[in-house]
Design a protein around this ligand. Structure first.
Ligand code: EPZ
Length: 426
């Protein structure tokens, strides 16, 4: 079992380059199966969710190779019309994109309900509503989703819930459907724009991604393409919050600052000093911080994926802060572990009330989801003593070599097993 040993009372001080966005890459890789020609995808993060997707693509018969670091070449000219391996699909949420993609490619798919971080109920009714509107029949059978369509036809779909996954999945299924699809009340996350850009690079006709309405004129075939994945705004935001919480300084490069507007605004409100350039953000801690009120919302609201890291920062800010989770009703699983470290947090429905400005103390803690895990690392850095953090596999799903990247930011943490330290890549 791997764990992280995090030295406490450390300050971030350094520079780090942001990797490609997980939540764009996990849709772009399956989308490559929509064409029978080869595609080349750059700036891929080397994270375990991508490793699982590569295995799924290979199991389906695609020829996949990393041509140079972070470039993936995918040839899916000759893939099998078979269900993707359940043992891999079960393990992560984004496997649901295989529904839209295989439906688009073969007119049918049979796949288990997706796995992923436990953030409370995560229904896929809006995905199903979209597929059904496009003419597919969907059957749920003992945890299996069976979707079939003789022909997919463009449709007018109004989503009841603003959903990243449903927006992308319906786009994937509709790009080769006959006629025009209009999807209203869609999510506007930058990752959705990135996926739309990739579909268009392959010859799709998708307009409006990044706004409330996406219009897709179906095409009969898609061709080859080359695409570079956008920077991961959540990874960048995690490093920014780590710098802020430790009272340190960080230069975060290869980022699109605009994608972090809600995070920059909130950190400034707290009193953190920020400077931005074309592709960099400088963060400087401040010892005079003010408590605040944070509410998560779909983009361009404050991202739910940074709610847990932000909570740790707020434990360091004197006064009472309020953090309301509006996206996932069960996304407060990190609170119990933070309380073990001495955090004064009360939960009232969807709001966490944080009495900040009190020292955290190290404790053995366990990550049970990706962003909660990242938050615990930040908690370990600000706390008194060494923190032992287990459940690292959750963090590896979305952050590449987290300990190496944080060492670039000037702090000391080690990945270990009972047999000693592990050095990734060696
Ligand atoms: C995506 O999840 C991301 N995952 C999540 O990132 C992110 O937290 C989330 O969007 C919100 O930004 C990927 O991109 C792979 P949603 P997704 O559909 O698509 C409800 C991370 O840490 N809903 O936008 O699953 C749902 O229950 C991960 O990187 C329905 O009711 O999220 C939630 O309350 C975790 N019916 C809300 O909508 C549906 O059919 C938003 O979920 C779909 C969603």
């Amino acid at each position: 079992m791997e764990y992280l040993q995090i030295e406490g009372k450390q300050r971030i001080n350094g520079k780090v380059k942001v990797n490609g966005a997980k939540n764009a890459a996990v849709a772009i890789l399956p989308a490559a199966l929509l064409t029978e020609e080869s595609v080349r995808i750059g700036n891929l993060p080397r994270i375990t969710d991508i490793d699982k997707l590569v295995k799924i693509l290979e199991a389906l018969g695609a020829k996949v190779s990393f041509t140079e670091e972070r470039y993936l070449h995918i040839d899916s000219s000759d893939i099998y019309d078979l269900p993707p391996p359940p043992s891999l699909v079960n393990k992560f949420r984004a496997s649901y994109y295989l529904m839209g993609v295989l439906l688009g490619r073969f007119g049918r798919v049979e796949i288990p309900m997706p796995g992923g971080c436990d953030l409370g109920p995560r229904p896929i009714d809006q995905h199903i509503k979209g597929f059904t509107a496009l003419g597919a029949e969907v059957e749920l059978d003992h945890g299996l989703v069976k979707i079939t369509a003789n022909k997919l036809r463009g449709a007018h779909i109004y989503l009841d819930v603003v959903s990243v996954g449903a927006t992308i999945n319906i786009m994937l299924a509709a790009v080769k459907a006959e006629g025009k699809t209009i999807i209203e009340n869609v999510a506007k996350e930058p990752e959705i724009v990135d996926v739309a850009n990739f579909l268009n690079a392959m010859g799709g006709h998708v307009v409006g991604a990044g706004t409330d309405v996406i219009k897709i004129q179906g095409v009969s075939e898609l061709g080859s393409a080359e695409h570079t994945v956008i920077p991961d705004r959540i990874e960048a935001g995690t490093f920014m919050i780590a710098a802020a919480a430790t009272g340190g300084e960080a230069l975060i490069t290869d980022v699109i600052p605009k994608h972090l507007d809600p995070v920059i605004a909130k950190l400034k409100e707290v009193g953190i000093i920020l400077e931005t350039g074309t592709d960099w953000i400088k963060v400087k801690g401040n010892n005079k911080l003010s408590s605040t009120d944070v509410k998560t919302f779909p983009y361009p609201g404050f991202p739910t994926d940074l709610q847990a890291p932000m909570m740790v920062l707020l434990t360091q800010v004197p006064g009472t802060s309020y953090l309301t989770e509006n996206v996932f009703e069960g996304r407060f699983r990190h609170v119990g572990e933070l309380k073990k470290m001495g955090a004064r947090i009360k939960l009232g429905g969807r709001t966490a009330i944080i009495e900040g400005g009190h020292e955290l103390v190290s404790a053995p803690i366990r990550a049970t989801d990706l962003r909660g895990g990242a938050a615990f690392i930040i908690a370990g850095l600000v706390s008194c003593g060494d923190t032992i953090l287990t459940g690292v596999e959750h963090i590896d799903r979305g952050y590449e070599d987290i300990e190496i990247r944080l060492r670039q930011l000037g702090v000391n943490l080690k990945r270990k097993t009972a047999n000693g330290e592990i050095f990734p890549g060696k």
